[in-house]
Write a protein that binds this ligand. Structure first.
Ligand code: FAD
Ligand code: SIN
Length: 535
C-alpha cells in the first residue's frame, strides 16, 4: 500500500497507436514509461476494423484527401491541420510498416501494392487495412516493437490520476512534470516525475450507454487536462457510428463502414433501401448523415433497428474480406452472406478534446496530447472515416519530433512535488454508489445528448450531471482511490463538457444537431467551442 516515486524522461499516458508510436521513438533518446490502465493490448486502437486512410495509389492525390476531410468537417476543420496531417500520412504509414504492421496486399501485386478500402465521404480508395482486424494488427506490431526497446517500460494496470503541475505567478498551469498514477495491483499511488508528458488516453465512448468503445474509453485524458487548466474544445461533436450489430449480447459490436464501401445497403424491415432519400451518396454519405438517417427512420417507424445487407456479394469474397465480422455475426446467429443483419448507431468517436497545435503541444509547457484525446483541428464538426488512426500516427510522430528538439536544450528542473497523500480517506464499501452514478450519466447522455438534441434536453442533462458531480466530488475525497472511482469522476466531467459545448453552439452542424436551431449558421458559428477551467 505504500506510495512510491519514479523518474523518467518521457511519461506516456496511454498505450494505443498514438502513445506507442511516440514511445518507440522516444526510447531512442531517453527513458520512457508508458502507462496503460488495463492490459497493454486493450485500447480503442485494437478494435479498429476499416483501416487507416492515406494517399497511397497513383490515382489519388493529397488535394483530394484534403477536400474530402474538409467536406466531412462541415466548415470547422483547420485547413493547416488537415494539410499537414494528410501530407504526413504516407510517411506515417511507412513507419507502421517498418515497425512490422502487415497490411493486406493486392494478390500477386508488388512490394508496395496494398489493397485499398473505400469508406463513406472518401472520393478515392485510400484505406489501408489488415482484413477487418486492422487495429489488432497495428497493436501487435507496435507492442512487439515496444517490447524490443531496452529504455521503454510499460506499466500495465496503472491509472493516471492527475498531472504534476507547476503553477505560474498567477496560479496558471505553467509546466507539467509528470503525473500521479494508481497501481491497481498494490492500490498505491505513484508519483511519476517526467521531463515530457504525453496524454494519449484515447476517447470517451463510455460516457454513452451504447458505444463501440471498450471499457477503457472513459475520457480520462480530457478530464485530467481540464482539471489542470488546459483548454478543451468541440466536445459537442461526438460521432455516432451508424452500424453496430443489434443483439443483446453483442455489446455494440461494430459492423465496419468498409462493408458499405464494398456495396452493403441499408434497408428497412420490408427490404426497402432508404439512404437515397437522405443524400445523393446514399450509404457512402458522411457518417453524421447516415447515423441521423437511421435514427430518423427508427423514430418514424418505431423500429428497434434497421438492416445492413451485403448478401448480394460473393460469399467467398465476404468471408475473405471480412473474416472477423463474418465469424462474430455467425456466432450471434446472423450469416452475412445469406441475409441482411440488424444494426443500430452507437457512440464511437470523440472529435473534440484537448486543444493542441500541430506539434501536439498543449498550452502547458512539457505537456503534449495526441490521438483521440486531442483536438488538432483535423476533424472539425465530423470525422472522416479512418482519419483517426491517421491522425494518431502522424501526431505521435510530430509530438516526439518537437519534444526531442526541445529537450536538446532543456535545463529546467522540476519543483519538489509531494508524495500522494490519501489523508483520512477510507476504503470504499458502497459500490452501488459508484455503479448507480455511472449508469445514470451514461443513460442520460444517451437519452438527452445523443444524435438529436434540444435546449430542454440539454438543460435537463446539465442539471443532473452537475448534481452528480457534486456527489461524486465528496465521495471521491472521502474514499481511497480505485480505478472505478477515478473513471467515474472523469466520466462526469467529460459528460458535462459535452453538454456545455452542445449548449453553447446555437446551430446545427456536422455531428451536432439540435431541433431548436436546425440550420447551420456560418455567420456566427464558424468557430470552435472552447472550455477552460477557471484557475
Ligand atoms: P487508444 O487506442 O484508445 O489508447 C488509449 C490508451 O490509453 C490505452 O492504452 C488505455 O489503457 C490508456 N489510458 C486511458 N486512460 C488512462 C489512464 N487514466 N491512465 C493510464 N492509461 C490510460 N479509426 C480509424 O481511423 N479507422 C478505423 O477503422 C477505426 N475503427 C474503429 C473501430 C472501433 C470499434 C473503435 C472503437 C474505434 C475505431 N476507430 C477507427 C477509432 C480509432 O481506433 C481510435 O480513435 C484510435 O485507435 C485512438 O488511438 P489512441 O492511441 O488515441 O487511443
Ligand atoms: C469502421 O470500420 O467503420 C470504423 C472506421 C472508423 O471509425 O474510422
Amino acid at each position: 500500500m505504500g506510495n512510491s516515486s519514479i523518474d523518467t524522461d518521457f511519461l506516456v499516458i496511454g498505450g494505443g497507436i498514438a502513445g506507442l508510436i511516440f514511445a518507440i521513438k522516444a526510447a531512442e533518446t531517453g527513458t520512457v514509461t508508458v502507462l496503460t490502465k488495463a492490459a497493454s493490448d486493450e485500447a480503442n486502437t485494437a478494435y479498429a476494423q476499416g483501416g487507416i486512410a492515406s494517399v497511397w495509389s497513383v490515382d489519388d492525390t493529397f488535394e483530394s484527401h484534403i477536400e474530402d476531410t474538409l467536406r466531412a468537417g462541415a466548415g470547422l476543420c483547420d485547413r493547416a491541420a488537415v494539410e499537414a496531417i494528410v501530407r504526413d500520412g504516407p510517411e506515417a504509414v511507412r513507419d507502421l510498416i517498418a515497425l512490422g504492421a502487415n497490411f493486406t496486399r493486392i494478390e500477386g501485386g508488388g512490394e508496395d501494392e496494398y489493397d485499398l478500402g473505400r469508406e463513406g465521404g472518401h472520393s478515392h480508395r485510400r484505406v489501408l487495412h489488415a482484413q477487418d482486424l486492422t487495429g489488432r494488427e497495428i497493436m501487435r506490431a507496435l507492442g512487439e516493437a515496444a517490447r524490443g526497446r531496452a529504455n521503454l517500460r510499460v506499466l500495465e494496470n496503472h491509472v493516471a490520476v492527475d498531472l504534476l503541475i507547476e503553477r505560474g505567478a498567477n496560479g496558471e498551469a505553467a509546466q507539467c512534470w509528470g503525473a500521479y498514477a494508481l497501481d491497481k495491483a498494490s492500490r498505491s499511488v505513484q508519483k511519476i516525475v517526467a521531463r515530457t508528458t504525453l496524454l494519449a488516453t484515447g476517447g470517451a465512448g463510455k460516457v454513452y450507454l451504447y458505444t463501440t468503445n471498450p471499457d477503457i474509453a472513459s475520457g480520462d485524458g480530457v478530464a485530467i487536462a481540464y482539471r489542470a487548466g488546459a483548454p478543451i474544445a468541440n466536445m459537442e461533436f461526438y460521432q455516432f457510428h451508424p452500424t453496430c450489430l443489434y443483439h443483446p449480447a453483442a455489446k455494440s459490436f461494430l459492423i465496419s463502414e468498409a462493408l458499405r464501401g464494398e456495396g452493403a445497403i441499408l434497408r428497412l424491415p420490408d427490404g426497402a433501401p432508404f439512404m437515397k432519400h437522405y443524400h445523393p451518396d446514399a450509404e457512402l454519405a458522411p457518417r453524421d448523415i447516415v447515423a441521423r438517417a437511421i435514427d430518423s427512420e427508427m423514430k418514424r417507424l418505431g423500429l428497434d433497428c434497421v438492416y445492413l445487407d451485403i448478401s448480394h456479394r460473393d460469399p467467398a469474397y465476404i468471408r475473405t474480406r471480412f473474416p472477423n465480422i463474418y465469424q462474430r455475426c455467425l456466432g450471434y446467429g446472423f450469416d452475412l452472406t445469406a441475409a441482411p443483419i440488424p444494426v443500430v448507431p452507437a457512440a464511437h468517436y470523440m472529435c473534440g478534446g484537448v486543444m493542441t497545435d500541430l506539434s501536439a503541444r498543449t498550452p502547458i509547457a512539457r505537456l503534449y496530447a495526441a490521438g483521440e484525446v486531442a483536438m488538432t483541428g483535423l476533424h472539425g464538426a465530423n470525422r472522416l472515416a479512418s482519419n483517426s488512426l491517421l491522425e494518431a500516427a502522424v501526431m505521435g510522430r510530430r509530438a516526439f519530433a518537437d519534444a526531442r528538439a526541445r529537450l536538446a536544450h532543456d535545463e529546467g528542473a522540476p519543483p519538489a512535488f509531494p508524495e500522494w497523500d490519501p489523508g483520512a480517506a477510507i476504503q470504499s464499501e458502497q459500490r452501488v454508489l459508484i455503479t448507480q452514478s455511472w449508469d445514470e450519466i451514461r443513460r442520460l447522455m444517451w437519452n438527452y445528448v445523443g444524435i438529436v438534441r434540444s435546449d430542454r434536453r440539454l438543460e435537463r442533462a446539465l442539471r443532473r450531471i452537475q448534481m452528480l458531480r457534486e456527489e461524486i466530488h465528496s465521495y471521491y475525497w472521502d474514499h481511497l482511490l480505485d480505478s472505478d472511482l477515478i473513471e467515474l469522476r472523469n466520466l462526469a466531467i467529460v459528460a458535462e463538457l459535452v453538454v456545455r459545448c452542445a449548449m453553447a453552439r446555437k446551430e446545427s452542424r456536422g455531428l451536432h444537431y439540435t431541433i431548436d436551431y436546425p440550420d447551420r449558421d456560418d455567420a456566427h458559428w464558424l468557430r470552435n467551442t472552447v472550455l477552460r477551467r477557471d484557475n
